[in-house]
Design a protein around this ligand. Structure first.
Ligand code: GP9
Ligand code: MN
Length: 642
């Protein structure tokens, strides 16, 4: 045993230790991973080990000097991946993806700049390889190296077991880490850079295969569906927002049951309640539903800007970030000369935003790096909504008008944490912390919004702007049915749960009277609605939703899982209920047809997304978006606010 360790395995052990050390060093010195708490610290320590043991261990299947040479080569390849990411991160503040490699807009952009971001101390990342090569040359004993296959397999299995332990702890800390794929940063933080690279490779390969087998013929059935499903504009609304700024405010996890809800006799969201009564000439859609799937916020964004569904699994923002889109910001730019911007108090890589926004055609992306992120301004996932809105005003003023601005709030996000000093309403008292805390963050958001309206007015932006407010998805999941029963005073049956998926949609168009609109609709309907308000006919676009103001509007709300709600029927897991009373009904021909249509709609939207079909959809007056033209570096934003 002693002998074995003295020279047979020592090369391997040394390689692992050195490799671990430089990876760990890079995690701290190069990347801004936002590691919090002992679990995440621990994972950061162990994840380079599992990769190193597994990959370097593969070399042990060979014998003698050959084994050591292969080990050095594997080490070099992994170091190359590490170093490429280090350089890319220094430039773009993000990790490399395989699609990045073929995009001239990214890696190509680095060009000569690549040398300017290299630094003298980078040699540290290669020192271990130099040491190993020196040993390879000088240590003659390596020639005799031979390890029984049994032991090699044991080493490989150890690497795999370590990986699964790592994954289990990560999933515990961050459920659905891999299925929902929130953020590259998170995958690296939890599973390490090398596992992230493999993960990204597998995803890219899947996407590429789906794309490769598609042709323009696949678009025909989609076009047949969308043109027969088209709802023509209503003359009373068509063009009423032409040339006006559009300020779209995304209320994080905000459900409609909060509107007019009283907790211990106190209104939770007095400002939004005022708007829902038609204050500020808002039209409030009280039968509007979110239609998101696992992509949550990102699905909501995708639907609102594209009228395409998110995917049955994962987030389309992440896995279909390289697709061709014909999105609202690009159409508004090309038809009406709009500038577009996203403003958000989280970092740009979350939900792959920094990539997909370039394909959607957002001119500017003001992410957390452009806001004051000092400790006092932060809670939970990022910037608090009050400073967020405050700092957003000058950013909006800096945009060339007319603009389309998308502001994404954050504080009302699970687990609804709030500093005591920011709380202005008591918590609820159901004993379920998630539900109890929800009311405080919702109130905070309401106050932030009220102030934002005041600031919009004093900045002069209000008068010439359409303001749209919407809730992105539920805040309280079905895991909290017991507490929600107390809150709503009724059992949360499957029927009731579907009704609870209502989120507010409010639209203020200057010159138009406000009030409550009871039309049934969902996030998929927003894009055609805005197009028509802008005086752009939605007919030629591939939109799966329909204009909410149109007389032909389709009031069947399709949920991502194939369930649906109409003013008459609510169908959940193939059980049909009366939408008004909640009574279970016998299915009939009408509900069968509805189910078939909903299934067809989802299937066609999925084929657009999986096969990237919009690349075949040519229009005379629309130039495909060129993602390489968009750059969201911090400096760029400051220098040239288009
Ligand atoms: C993160 C934020 C939250 O930037 O938009 O996303 P969610 O977890 O709600 O999908
Ligand atoms: Mn969200």
């Amino acid at each position: 045993m002693k002998k074995l360790f003295s020279y047979r395995l020592s090369f391997f052990v040394l390689a692992i230790i050195l490799f671990w050390a430089k990876t760990y060093l890079a995690y701290h010195a190069e990347f801004n991973l936002g590691v919090k708490g002992p679990t995440q610290q621990f994972l950061l320590v162990i994840n380079p080990f599992s990769s190193a043991i597994f990959f370097l261990g593969l070399a042990l299947f060979a014998k003698g000097r050959k084994s050591a040479i292969i080990m050095v080569i594997i080490d070099f390849i992994m170091t190359f991946i590490l170093y490429a990411n280090i350089l890319f991160y220094r430039f773009f503040d993000d990790f490399l993806t395989f699609p990045n490699l073929k995009q001239s807009g990214n890696v190509g952009n680095m060009g000569d700049g690549i040398f300017s971001i290299m630094s003298g101390h980078d040699i540290l990342y290669f020192v271990d390889i130099i040491i190993l090569i020196a040993l390879l040359v000088w240590r003659r004993e390596l020639k005799e190296f031979k390890l029984k296959k049994r032991y090699t397999s044991l080493i490989i299995v150890t690497g795999i077991v370590l990986f699964f332990i790592n994954l289990a702890i990560a999933e515990e800390d961050r459920p659905e880490l891999l299925t929902r794929t929130f953020d590259r940063n998170y995958i690296v933080k939890y599973l390490g850079l090398y596992n992230y690279t493999i993960y990204d490779g597998v995803q890219t390969a899947q996407t590429e295969t789906q794309r490769a087998y598609a042709s323009s013929d696949d678009l025909t059935s989609v076009e047949n569906y969308t043109s027969s499903h088209y709802a023509k504009p209503d003359a009373e609304y068509f063009g009423k927002a032409k040339g006006k700024n559009i300020i779209k405010i995304h209320l994080e996890s905000f459900q409609s049951f909060l509107i007019n809800y009283k907790l211990d006799g106190k209104e939770v969201t007095p400002f939004l309640n005022k708007l829902a009564r038609g204050g500020e000439d808002m039209t409030y859609f009280d039968n509007f539903f979110h239609q998101t799937g696992q992509g949550k916020t990102s699905d909501a964004e995708l639907m609102m800007d594209n009228s395409l569904f998110g995917l049955p699994e994962g987030s389309a923002f992440v896995t279909k970030g390289e697709n061709t889109y014909q999105s609202l910001p690009a159409i508004l730019d090309q038809s009406e000369g709009y500038t577009s911007a996203v403003l958000h108090g989280d970092y740009k890589s979350f939900w792959n935003r920094d990539q997909i926004y370039k394909h959607i055609g957002y001119d500017k992306f003001f992410d957390a790096s452009t806001y004051d992120m000092s400790d006092d301004n932060l809670v939970n996932m990022g910037l608090k909504d009050k400073p967020f809105f405050k700092e957003s005003i000058p950013k909006l003023q800096s945009l060339k008008q007319p603009f389309y601005a998308h502001l994404i709030t954050l504080t009302n996000h699970y687990p609804f944490t709030l500093d005591e000093k920011d709380a202005t309403i008591e918590k609820a008292k159901t004993g379920d912390a998630t539900v109890d805390d929800y009311f405080q963050t919702a109130r905070y958001l309401d106050e932030a919004l009220e102030q934002f309206f005041k600031d919009l007015k004093s900045s002069g932006l209000y008068d010439n702007s359409v303001i749209m407010i919407y809730g992105d998805h539920y805040g309280i999941s079905e895991n909290h049915n017991r507490a929600m029963k107390e809150i709503l005073g009724k059992e949360i049956t499957p029927y009731q749960n579907a009704q609870n998926q209502r989120v507010p949609l409010m639209i203020h168009v200057p010159g138009k009277k406000g009030g409550v609109n009871h039309t049934y609709g969902g996030e998929m309907d927003v894009m055609p609605t805005i197009l028509h308000l802008e005086g752009i006919d939605s007919k030629k676009y591939i939109n799966f939703g329909t204009d909410l103001f149109s007389k032909d509007h389709d009031d069947t709300v399709t949920f991502r899982n194939g369930d649906y709600v109409t003013p008459k029927y609510t169908s959940i897991s193939n059980v049909v209920y009366d939408t008004k009373t909640g009574k279970e009904l016998k299915g009939n021909q009408e509900t069968k047809n509805l189910k078939a249509r909903v299934t067809e709609q989802l299937k066609l939207s999925d084929s657009v997304m999986y096969k990237d079909l919009l690349r075949f959809h040519k229009m005379n007056d629309f130039t495909p978006v060129d993602p390489s033209k968009y750059h969201y570096g911090k400096e760029k934003l400051n220098q040239d606010n288009k």
